[in-house]
Design a protein around this ligand. Structure first.
Ligand code: ADP
Ligand code: ASP
Ligand code: MG
Length: 442
């Protein structure tokens, strides 16, 4: 069995949805995971924003506009009047459901239900198309097997057992379609795996069903050696290890959801990144493989906040860091980077939900201060500390940019530097020129 996940661009219009049929592997059992049509989730977010601000007229206007887009998509997608009629009914049902929310006061729970509509629509449309073409397939409702627990982590046992139960009802069937991104939470309510979460759905299903390969089809020919949104002439990286890919996903390479590599790594399932617009391109393969040393790619993680504690009591004290970390643990706030001196500790976080409480608790250890609008630039590859030259290249490239923190040597796979957000593009470009200018095809 394999998993093929197609992102928003790959289902972005009628022509691309039809083209999925050329990309699907019909030779073996296949669970196809679909995102919402590109732009839909953003539009649903915008509808929830209008509802939060009680602007019901604006919300209804946005719902009406999006509904029109789906009527248009159905016109372009289906050839038979029966499927057009079925899809019209489906659109009306989903959008009258959305309109119901404008009649009541709005809550977070309802927001999650609204955001789920994109994936529900795209998968229903694709299933209709397959039916119209008489291609056998089964629509697996993700809300019946994908679940997160009280800590918002995937409930692996529930996912595995329920997926098995659903698949066992269709032993003769080879092609399955399901929704990415959406799930239920520990209370059975509709929830999601956070933005970009369809990649995570694909790897969680891959892990649960122990598949042969997980394919992520998107709008670019694999993972590039730098962020193509900020740097020109980036190049695809042919091969990455699980560790390298996990670091890149976590540190901002948007092509992969931050958590999507771990489930594949746990079951040793290769992850292949492919371009649905240029299927002939090789893309990137992520697998358990010893690689040659070198910095393979650079990524940037935005919206980082630094928390610093200065304390005379830290001098020669043991147990101080444990007490500091405990505060972050209580508030379930992960720390990304940390540097220490004899009298101070700096830590970077990206989740500031509980920052206020964290600062109050930390004050008993010393004087605290906070710096916002920071970015972590992560250089990822196989970077053995026994080989020289890596740190000097990084410092050379960034000689004109103030570096706030550095992390080097913690793992063989990552050198991270923390800089001001405003220097991000310059830093990514300077590092690119320094590290890859000989390889780039300018
Ligand atoms: P999808 O909708 O298919 O999930 P995404 O927009 O989530 O697609 O991810 C693909 C995008 O990720 C690319 O178009 C590119 O702009 C961005 N991206 C950021 N960093 C990288 C990188 N290192 N390599 C490739 N793409 C990247
Ligand atoms: N549709 C969701 C989003 O836009 C999930 C995804 O595309 O992966 O974030
Ligand atoms: Mg994505």
């Amino acid at each position: 069995m394999i998993i093929q996940k197609f992102g928003g661009t790959s289902v972005g219009n009628a022509e691309r949805i039809k083209n999925l049929i050329n990309l699907i592997n019909f030779d073996e059992s296949n669970i196809v995971v679909l995102s919402a049509v590109s732009g839909t989730t953003n539009k649903l977010v915008s509808i929830t924003e209008s509802l939060y601000t009680q602007n019901k007229t604006e919300a209804c206007a946005k719902i009406g506009e999006l509904e029109k887009e789906y009527f248009q998509l159905a016109q372009e997608l289906f050839e038979t009047s029966s499927k057009l009629a079925e899809s019209t009914k489906l659109i009306e049902a989903h959008f009258s459901y959305l309109r119901l929310f404008a009649e009541r006061s709005f809550t977070l729970l309802q927001e999650k239900a609204i955001l789920a509509q994109g994936e529900l629509l795209s998968t229903a449309f694709f299933q209709f198309l397959l039916e119209e073409r008489q291609i056998p397939s089964v629509l697996l409702p993700a809300l019946e097997f994908m679940r997160i627990d009280k800590n918002l982590d995937p409930d692996e046992y529930y996912i595995k057992e329920n997926l098995k139960r659903l698949l066992s009802k269709h032993t003769d069937n080879k092609l399955f379609i399901t929704q990415g991104y959406i799930c239920r939470n520990a209370y059975g309510e509709i929830d999601n795996l956070k933005r970009g979460g369809s990649d995570y759905t694909a790897s969680l299903i891959g892990q649960a069903a122990k598949v042969r390969e997980i394919q992520i089809w998107t709008d670019i020919d694999g993972l590039h050696n730098n962020d193509p949104r900020f740097v020109k002439n980036t190049q695809p990286v042919a091969e990455l290890s699980f560790e390298e890919a996990a670091e890149l996903a976590y540190f901002g390479a948007k092509i992969l959801h931050p958590s999507s590599i771990l489930p594949a790594k746990q079951e040793n399932i290769p992850v292949r990144l492919k371009n649905s617009l240029k299927a002939e391109r090789p893309g990137t393969i992520i697998q358990d493989k010893q690689e040659n040393s070198g910095i393979k790619a650079i990524a940037a993680k935005d919206n980082i906040t630094v928390v610093r504690i200065k304390s005379d009591r830290m001098l020669f004290a043991y147990g101080f860091l444990r007490k500091v970390f405990e505060v972050f643990e209580i508030y379930k706030t992960p720390i990304d980077m940390i540097t220490t001196s004899e009298v101070a500790v700096s830590m970077s976080i990206d989740d500031t939900t509980h920052l206020k409480e964290i600062l109050i608790d930390l004050q008993k250890f010393g004087q605290t201060d906070v710096e916002e609008n920071q970015v972590i630039i992560a250089l990822v590859g196989l970077i053995p500390t026994t080989e020289n030259g890596y740190a000097s290249k990084v410092f050379d490239a960034l000689s004109n940019i103030p570096i706030k923190m550095i992390s080097y040597g913690a793992s063989n796979h990552n050198i991270s530097v923390l800089i001001d957000q405003e220097n991000k593009t310059e830093a990514l470009n300077a590092l690119h020129t320094k590290l890859y200018s000989l390889n780039s095809h300018e």
